[in-house]
Design a protein around this ligand. Structure first.
Ligand SMILES: [Zn+2]
Ligand SMILES: [Zn+2]
Length: 281
């Protein structure tokens, strides 16, 4: 069952994920939310779950309209919550724990498992109930996210050990939340371990959940947001990127693949620290 594939644009040579079957998902708008508790039969077979007693707290299953093979969906709460911003700390921790577990389970030689969240319609979500997804692409595509994070010259080791740029927002456990030094769009943040570490461990899910919660609180609460994990399975420094959809992609971005960032990262960090301080008080 390979209904989708990466094709190369014959004009520019750039990769495209082509999945015509996904057009059907807009016609099949369900009457009841398939991700809510009680509607489990509306989703394909479960691939993983977290539960308390008999009740699930997070579950994963194949996407009905896959972009890649495999392509999984992860639902971090049985409640009809429409944003990851509104998950409880427990839901965030169990959702992230299952996400890391599924990511590890889908990994294989030569593949890159891309784990990401589209939070809100501007971020690409087509179902309202909060969810995450895992798609699988050739390793070379994922490795682009970590190209400058090898060994002694690792850019994230440098960034987390130097406070000069004023990008740091918060430190929690071994993790640092900081303004991305060069985000795709204004307001982008990253979460990364202070020490060079190749993979986020499932056992570290609770710390990561705390950091994700802080990062989301540090962003503009009215903005839809994409989150994705960058960890390529080699010795590179992992990070999680949090990108508020603060602008539309326009002619420069679409044609040249060059993003236009209309904010100073140091100002993003200052705003983020102020938002966290306001939450705390
Ligand atoms: Zn729902
Ligand atoms: Zn590093």
């Amino acid at each position: 069952m390979r209904r989708m594939s990466i094709q190369i644009d014959p004009i520019t040579g750039a990769p495209r994920l082509v999945a015509p079957g996904r057009a059907a998902r807009h016609e099949a708008e369900p009457a009841a939310c398939p991700f809510c508790a009680g509607n489990e039969a509306a989703t394909p077979h479960e691939t993983g779950r977290r539960s308390v007693g008999d009740d699930w707290t997070a579950r994963s299953f194949p996407n009905l309209y896959p972009l890649t093979d495999p392509h999984e969906v992860l639902v971090p709460t049985p409640r009809h919550v429409t944003s990851w911003r509104d998950l409880t700390p427990e839901e965030l921790a169990s959702g992230i724990s299952l996400l890391l577990e599924r990511r590890a389970a889908l990994e294989a030689e030569g593949r890159y498992v891309h784990a990401f969240v589209n939070d809100g319609t501007a971020a690409g979500a087509s179902l309202a109930h909060a969810h995450a997804q895992l798609v699988v692409v050739d390793h070379e595509y994922g490795a682009r996210l970590t190209r400058l994070l090898h060994g002694a010259g690792c850019a994230l080791c440098t960034l987390t050990s130097s406070h000069e740029a004023g990008l740091e927002i918060e430190r929690l456990g071994g993790l640092v939340v900081l303004a991305h030094p060069s985000p795709r769009l204004a307001g982008g943040l990253i979460i990364t371990p202070a020490r060079h570490e190749a993979e986020p461990a499932v056992e570290g899910a609770r710390s990561l959940a705390h950091a994700v919660s802080a990062a989301l609180r540090a962003t503009d609460p009215l903005t839809d947001v994409n989150l994705w994990l960058a960890a390529d399975g080699t010795d590179t420094h992992w990070y999680l990127e949090v990108q508020p959809r603060s602008a539309n992609l326009a002619g420069v971005e679409l044609a040249l693949g060059i993003h236009v960032c209309a904010a100073d990262p140091a100002a993003t960090a200052a705003e983020g620290r102020a938002r966290l301080a306001a939450h705390a008080s």
